[in-house]
Design a protein around this ligand. Sequence first.
Ligand code: ADP
Ligand code: MG
Length: 251
Amino acid sequence: MGILEVKNVGKRFGGLQALGNVNLSVAENSVHAIIGPNGAGKSTLLNCLVGKLIPDSGSVTFQGESVLGRKPHEINQMGISRVFQTPEIFSDLSVFENVMIPCFAKRDGAFAMNAVTSVRGQSDIRQQAEEILADVNMLDKRHMIAASLSRGDKRRLEMAMCLVQQPRLLLLDEPTAGMARADTNNTIELLKEIKAKRDITMAIIEHDMHVVFSLAERITVLAQGTPLVEDTPDNIKGHPKVQEAYLGQAH
Ligand code: ADP
Ligand code: MG
């Protein structure tokens, strides 16, 4: 059994069947990519995994426990963290303060903007934050204000804010969307480094096949809300059904 099991999940928006009957099993410590053309249901599926949407049918379990009906912060506490398409950081705080906020939230089970001042000086949390920033190669930028970071560094910071919560499963929604090739390659390297340093499972929604084939061990292709194929990257490359699903799509 995988660390994440999605069984027969369906979701309608009015008359539109966004997810038909989705089955997905993500193996522990693997990198699993979910790909598919625009409108295939990728974001809808992700939202069902993190408590933003409740499916109409089916089940979603993480480490054997159902995530359905739980609030996003509860799912987060179960060990699932999500990196958003647009980095969600506190622009007017420093890099270091940004990383301390989730440490505080995790420890106290609450999210407070005054967290930064109240945790200042607490050495365990400072040490944790420093370790994570070193992991994502941002220690030298810890005093910079987040707003002044490059797009790639904002993504690194957001990754640090996720990792500091020590998730078992990291969900990434198009982590390289809108990035220049250099930043994309940087992100690929970062994810490889993260993977090499810790036991973590990654599920990546991605449009860029270069990213998918650089990182994924398994790939699920979604089309019109239904998994078309699930296989290894080598078998997915040139698969006639995949070609069909992507016909006319720009990547
Ligand atoms: P993808 O992420 O693969 O591009 P989405 O999951 O965003 O696809 O969308 C799947 C389908 O569901 C699309 O047709 C989209 O227009 C529709 N959809 C997504 N969210 C909503 C919503 N909140 N209300 C109505 N329709 C939606
Ligand atoms: Mg989407």
